[in-house]
Every structure is written in structure tokens, then in C-alpha cells.
Write a protein that binds this ligand. Structure first.
Ligand code: 16G
Ligand code: MG
Length: 542
């Protein structure tokens, strides 16, 4: 390590005094103007991680669904996964170090992790379309270079595309080619082959309106469109040509406001979907003939996908273990449908993609989705081999199912939840099964639910257990929630400190919207009283 050079360059990316940031569920995220030093330092850290793992590490510059003025950064581990927990701590430590402590902190991390500083390092970088992203990714590159790391700057990419690149590079090209072309070709080939097998290819199954949140998804989908146009025609809205990123549009807006994005005209029963600002989330929706809006969220996406996979396995005659992973936010109806009707085991983890991803790895086939639309399906290597063999050996009908499964495996981004890949999987399944969007929606009816936020002095006073479904502290809170829940039918409620905002989140569901709203309000009051609420007491009405 050339410590002199590090000190010199670090001063050019100086940390604002007193600023403390934490590497959270989504990396670092805050106003873009506060992030220059964090980017430089994450460039340094990526080099150390690369040396330690002897693998390519990714750095993605994005703040996903946050407003355009924000930005953020996430490191991607060798298999396309989120950064290991101990390195998240190093990231926080390094990002908050004062200038004069930089050398010591770097040495400290290197020693703790037994990093061989002589080892080569390689880092790949991607960024979203925010005005601040280009300059910030340059600061990452400065960090990489000053520690002697090699790099490849992919420029504009969706977050899942960067995960894909990292995964390809670390698996010697077996997973795919680590180029944008490679990504387009791999997914499109699988999609086109799959949809060729669909018997009903009427027009109603083959066009889709996509709200791109005025983000990177628009650019990438436009580039990719002609690769899969045989199987699907997409019409892009909020493509960034005029609107602001994530403003009144995108998956987060549609899911949390339960209404369509601005800038998209929807005729009744037309199939529509929204991506978020970095295209790792997707939700579907439509208007029925009476003009009512229907949201099809991550839970229903998981249901469609896992049911289809299960059907294919039955057809092939393989008894592989398949599991669905959700969080506490999953609608109770979805969990019941999966367990009781589909007979698929369901598991619950804490909020945050890394927890779901990790759990899903335990199964031959693990399908994971957060209700907000983050998710994918993971297939173990053994399953992939078995399916490929079956596709060669089995007789007619079974072979067809095995072929489909083989293409589906190729179509899912195994490195991360990916709006583009998920969209193509969903479109293929709908075409193969001849399902309309209404038929898909009718698999089960969501229980009415409500989410609220409560301001408290220190949200860390709330701790939870049982995958965030029970509050352990402050004392008395869980008992209060239990008593409130008893007052309503089919009800459930939980609270948790947000990992991305300074608030406590409240979730409630019940047999009617009125009951869900009441329950959520009453739970908010309990949080306010027992967990040190600040500002105005929560008011009823939404
Ligand atoms: C982050 C997580 C997302 C989670 C959300 C919860 C990733 C890539 N993103 O955006 O999975 O749903 O945080 O936010 O892990 P909250 O803690 O504020 O409710
Ligand atoms: Mg995102």
C-alpha cells in the first residue's frame, strides 16, 4: 500500500466534518453531495475485498427508488451476492474515519481480514442515470486506482446487470458472457425459446406497458427490446425523456400509494408493470372494466412462479425440494394459498434482499420475493445438471417440460432480483399457461392492509425476533399489539425499525380495509406511547 498516495488522494475526496453514515440494507444512501468521500473509500474497500477473495468485486452507484437528488453505493460480492456482514462493518468504519485515521483504518481492516496486499485486484463499476452518478463513480475509480486495483467501468447499468457481470466474471464465463450483449442474448434466447412453446400466441398475451420510473430500466429495456420482440412487444412509459426519476412513478410509488404511475394511460384489462429506479424491483397492475385499480405485488409474482415451477417438476416426475421465502410483509392470503392450496413450504426472513437470498439458497429451488417486488428464483447447480440431463433423455411430454425448466433457469438472474428478468419470466409463464392478468390476480384475494410510519426519538429501542414478527423491546409493546390484534378478524400486525429511514414502520392487515386502518392506527399509538414517540401523536385517517 502506498500510504502517502492514499493520504494525498483522500484529501481530494475529503469527508465533511461530523458526517456519520452507516452501510445499511441497501448500502450507503443519502444526499448525493455528501457522498464523494464514501465513493472514494468504497473504491479502496472494494480493492481490499477483491484481494482477499481473489475475485472480481462490483461497485454499484445508485440510490434505487430514492429521489433524484440522493445517491448511494453498494458493493457486490463474488457470486453476485450482497457484501458479507463483517465487510459491511468495515465499510461503515472506513466511511466514517477522519482523514488522519485513514491509513490506520485501512491497515486495520487488512490485518483483521488477512488480506494479502500483493494479490491482484479487479473491480467492476456500474451506475444509474442520476445526474450525480457519473462524477461519483469517477471517485470510486480514484479509490480503486490509488490502491493499485484494475477496473472495468461498465458505465450505465441496472443494479442486477452489475450483479450479473460480477457473477459471470467469477465463474469463468460458465454462467454467461460478462458483457451487456451477453446479458441480452442469454435472457432473450431463453425467453424466445420458452414462448415458442406457448400454444396460445394471441395478441392479448404479447404486449405489455412498462413504467420505467424515468430511470436506467428504460435505457436498458430499449436496447434489449429487439432481442426478444418475437415473443413480446413492450411499450415504455416514464422513460426519462421528460419526467424526474422516481417522481410519481416507479414500483415503489405504485406499491406504496396503490395507484398507477403518472404518465401512463391504462385501458381496462391491459397488463402493466413498473420498475424502480435501478430496475431490481417489479410490480404488475391493471384496471378492471369498472375502472378499479388492481395491484399484483411480489407475493402474487412468487405465487405464479412457484406454482408453475412445481407443475413442471410434477410433469417431469422429479421430487426436488422447492421453497418460497417471504418477509413479514407478505400478505396473509399469499402465505395461506401457497401452503394450503399449492402445498409449497413457505419461510419467513427479516426484511432485506440478502436475508431472503441466503435462505433461498437452502433449497433445490428457492423462490424469494418481498411484497415490494424484489426477488428471483435460485436453482442449485445439482438441479440445473439434473434438468439438463432430463431434457436430453426423457420421452416427449416430459422432455418438453424439462426443456421449459431449462430455459426458465437461464431466464432468471441467479445473481440478484432483476426487474427485466422477472418480467420476461412472468410474461413467458402467462403465455404458456394462457392466463390473462385478471386470471392471475384471481389466484387469491389479498387481505386489506395498511402501512404507517411513526416518529420516535430513537428507533433502536424497538428490537424484534421471529423474523420481525414479534417485538421484544420496549417492554409491553408486543402485549399491547396482541390485545389490539384480538379485536379484529383475520388480523395480524407487527412493527419494526426501518433500515433506510429514521422511522418505525407499522404493518396491519385484517378482514376489511376499515379494520386494517383502525388496527394500524391503534398500533401506531401504542408505538408512540411505549417507544418514545416525538412530534404530533399519530392521527386517525389516511
Ligand atoms: C432496502 C432493501 C429492501 C427492503 C427495504 C426495506 C435491498 C437491496 N434493499 O431497500 O429489500 O425491502 O430496504 O426498507 O436489500 P425499510 O427497512 O426502510 O422498511
Ligand atoms: Mg431498487
Amino acid at each position: 500500500m502506498d500510504l502517502g498516495a492514499i493520504t494525498k488522494y483522500s484529501a481530494l475526496h475529503a469527508k465533511p466534518n461530523g458526517l456519520i453514515l452507516q452501510y445499511g440494507t441497501a448500502g450507503f444512501r443519502t444526499k448525493a453531495e455528501h457522498l464523494d468521500h464514501v465513493m472514494f473509500r468504497m473504491g479502496l474497500l472494494a480493492v481490499l475485498r477483491s484481494k482477499q477473495t481473489k475475485s472480481t468485486i462490483g461497485v454499484m452507484v445508485t440510490a434505487s427508488h430514492n429521489p433524484e437528488e440522493d445517491n448511494g453505493v453498494k458493493l457486490v460480492d463474488p457470486l453476485g451476492e450482497m457484501l458479507a456482514p463483517s465487510w459491511e462493518e468495515h465499510a461503515t468504519y472506513l466511511a466514517n474515519a477522519e482523514e488522519q485515521d485513514m491509513q490506520r483504518v485501512l491497515i486495520d481492516i487488512s490485518e483483521k481480514e488477512a488480506v494479502n496486499l500483493q494479490q491482484d485486484a479487479f473491480v467492476v463499476i456500474g451506475r444509474d442515470t442520476r445526474p450525480s452518478s457519473e462524477k461519483l463513480s469517477q471517485s470510486v475509480i480514484d479509490g480503486v486506482t490509488v490502491l493499485g486495483g484494475q477496473f472495468h467501468d461498465y458505465g450505465l447499468l441496472t443494479t442486477p446487470q452489475l450483479h450479473y457481470m460480477v457473477y459471470c466474471r467469477n465463474t469463468g464465463g460458465r454462467y454467461g458472457k460478462a458483457t451487456i450483449e451477453g446479458y441480452y442474448q442469454k435472457l432473450s434466447k431463453a425467453f424466445v425459446e420458452l414462448t415458442k412453446q406457448a400454444s396460445c400466441s394471441g395478441d392479448e398475451y404479447r404486449s405489455l406497458k412498462v413504467d420505467c420510473a424515468n430511470g436506467i430500466g428504460a435505457l436498458k429495456l430499449r436496447e434489449m427490446e429487439h432481442y426478444f420482440s418475437q415473443g413480446l412487444s413492450v411499450q415504455l412509459f416514464n422513460d426519462g425523456s421528460k419526467g424526474k426519476l422516481n417522481h410519481l412513478c416507479g414500483a415503489d410509488f405504485v406499491k406504496s400509494h396503490q395507484k398507477p404511475p403518472q404518465g401512463m394511460e391504462i385501458k381496462s384489462n391491459e397488463r402493466c408493470c413498473s420498475f424502480d429506479g435501478d430496475a431490481d424491483r417489479i410490480v404488475y397492475y391493471y384496471h378492471d372494466a369498472d375502472g378499479h385499480f388492481h395491484l399484483i405485488d411480489g407475493d402474487k409474482i412468487a405465487t405464479l412462479i412457484s406454482s408453475f415451477l412445481k407443475e413442471l417438476l410434477v410433469e417431469i416426475g422429479e421430487s426436488l425440494n422447492i421453497g418460497v421465502v417471504q418477509t413479514a410483509y407478505a400478505n396473509g392470503s399469499s402465505t395461506r394459498y401457497l401452503e394450503e392450496v399449492m402445498k409449497v413450504p413457505v419461510y419467513c426472513t427479516k426484511t432485506g434482499v440478502k436475508h431472503l437470498h441466503h435462505k433461498a439458497r437452502e433449497f433445490d429451488i428457492g423462490v424469494y420475493f418481498e411484497a415490494n417486488g424484489h426477488g428471483t428464483a435460485l436453482f442449485s447447480t445439482a438441479v440445473e445438471m439434473k434438468i439438463k440431463q432430463s431434457a436430453e433423455q426423457l420421452e416427449d411430454k416430459k422432455r418438453k417440460a424439462a426443456k421449459m425448466l431449462e430455459n426458465i433457469i437461464d431466464l432468471f438472474n441467479q445473481a440478484a432480483g432483476d426487474a427485466i428478468s422477472d418480467m420476461l419470466v412472468i410474461e413467458a409463464i402467462l403465455a404458456l399457461k394462457g392466463l390473462t392478468v385478471q386470471q392471475w390476480d384471481a389466484l387469491y384475494t389479498d387481505l386489506p392492509n395498511r402501512q404507517l410510519k411513526v416518529q420516535v426519538a430513537d428507533r433502536r429501542v424497538i428490537s424484534t425476533t421471529n423474523a420481525e414478527r414479534r417485538a421484544v423491546t420496549p417492554p409491553g409493546l408486543q402485549e399491547a399489539i396482541n390485545d389490539l390484534v384480538k379485536k379484529y378478524k383475520l388480523s395480524r400486525a407487527f412493527v419494526r425499525p426501518s433500515g433506510t429511514e429514521d422511522v418505525v414502520r407499522v404493518y396491519a392487515e385484517a378482514d376489511s380495509q376499515e379494520s386494517a386502518d383502525h388496527l394500524a392506527h391503534e398500533v401506531s399509538l401504542a408505538v408512540f406511547q411505549l417507544a418514545g414517540g416525538i412530534g404530533e401523536r399519530p392521527q386517525p385517517g389516511f
